[in-house]
Design a protein around this ligand. Sequence first.
Ligand code: AMP
Ligand code: ZN
Length: 520
Amino acid sequence: MSELKLFNSLTRQLETFTPVHDGEARVYTCGPTVYNYPHIGNMRAYVFADTLGRVLSYKGYKLTHVINITDVGHLTDDADAGEDKMEKMAAEKAQSIWDIAKHYTQAYWEDIKALNIRQPAHWSIATEYVPAMIAYAESIADKHCYELESGLYFDTSTVANYGALARAKTEDGEGRIEEVEGKRHAADFAIWRKTPAGETRQMEWDSPWGKGAPGWHLECSVMSEALLGLPFDIHTGGIDHREIHHPNEIAQNQARCGSDHSGAQFWMHNNFLIERSGKMSKSSGEFLRVQLLIDKGFHPLAYRLMCLQAHYRSELEFSWEGLQAAFVRLKRMVMAVSNLKTRHADAQTRHADTQPRHAELVSASIVPHKPMVEADTWTLKQVQGDGSGAQGDVAEVIRASVNDFDTAIADDLNTAIAITALETLISLKKIDVAEQCAAIAEMDNVLGLNLMTLTRTDLRVRPKAAVITDAEIETALLLRKDARAAKDFAKSDAIRDDLIAKGVEVMDGDPLGWDWKLDI
Ligand code: AMP
Ligand code: ZN
């Protein structure tokens, strides 16, 4: 297997992954601020983090992944003068913040499930860590912080190379941070925000600096240390976090450890999903959510595939045409794998008197809502060699595809190339179909497309705007079949035209029979 190389934003270089703790990989991912639904750009960040986690599992590391839920402290802009996003939304909707947080956390988790993102070991909820945040702030306050009327501020000049991750200067910081009166340096940031005198916030806690709420940057430093220990292996987030949020976390980690260590060996960032018109936003026009894709008849895993077709460090432009192309590609893969599974089942039936080649259970699944690999599953041990000398059983062509896949994925998660290796493997003919399915299952475990369990029918997603039921379509198709048998082509064409008008694609000669026409 190839050595895993990952791009470290700290050094702006590819580096070999060497774990802090032997055989383990500890990963922290900045999670969503649950004041609104996530857009599909946000979800790209979690598809990336999930793929990274899957790759680490595939490479044999025991993965501990933490994703946080920010339910307090994230301001409407990166300046400490902004409003708390959660407070703002709660006021707009005249609801309690706790209800807002619950609703949008649930919505986020639905998207996580739809995109087949594995459950992390911990979902750390920021409000559950407030006492730990206060204790943490107290531990660094004397040497690194100063108090102003509005809160406790971190003095960025007290740590070495502040902002090195962003490659920005501390002092002018390219005007990145607005001034708060009394701040010693433009880049200094609040780690505790006091509730202004005379005001009450829905979320506020007592602290040595008065009633208030923790700063967003503090939250991630505290939760990552609490659940993973310092230093841990990899910290991930969207590319925007490279500029302010992560440099601030690093500054806190340095203060906490009394060293120059950033707290994580690797800082990794996914690039943005953008719309043709520019940055993706939650307020612009048609708000792009996973549910919107489903409503239009797309299977959410088509979006996962769309993400994986691009390198995570490249900007990716969203278009409905691009999503449709990914969906067609996914359908092709699912159909081809279904055929292979049928061939494998047939072969097993033919050899029923011999011991069926039941594979060991690949125990990679940590997803409670849907097993990644079903019980009757496949193993690739023999393909990669398990020391038993069994490699000789495996076709050279399968090994070549597996090697191509492994080389691609180990090269800073080059999923685009890895997918082509998987497709080559799927298309191989005249080889041991059990071995072929085992190798496909292993690759799919890394890509998370559920190829071993999805059926073509699962991909027939009913659009929200559909005006006809599945049962009505089936009935119409039976009538059409009768009309054709009776050579009543006028009637058969009329039924077909009616179905087309209702957004149904009739597919003669295809075992599926019909599909929804995508409205893009
Ligand atoms: P937020 O809920 O705003 O804190 O964002 C959640 C995650 O999504 C963060 O890691 C962001 O960096 C990331 N993110 C925000 N917008 C995009 C985008 N358009 N494309 C990819 N990632 C994004
Ligand atoms: Zn964070």
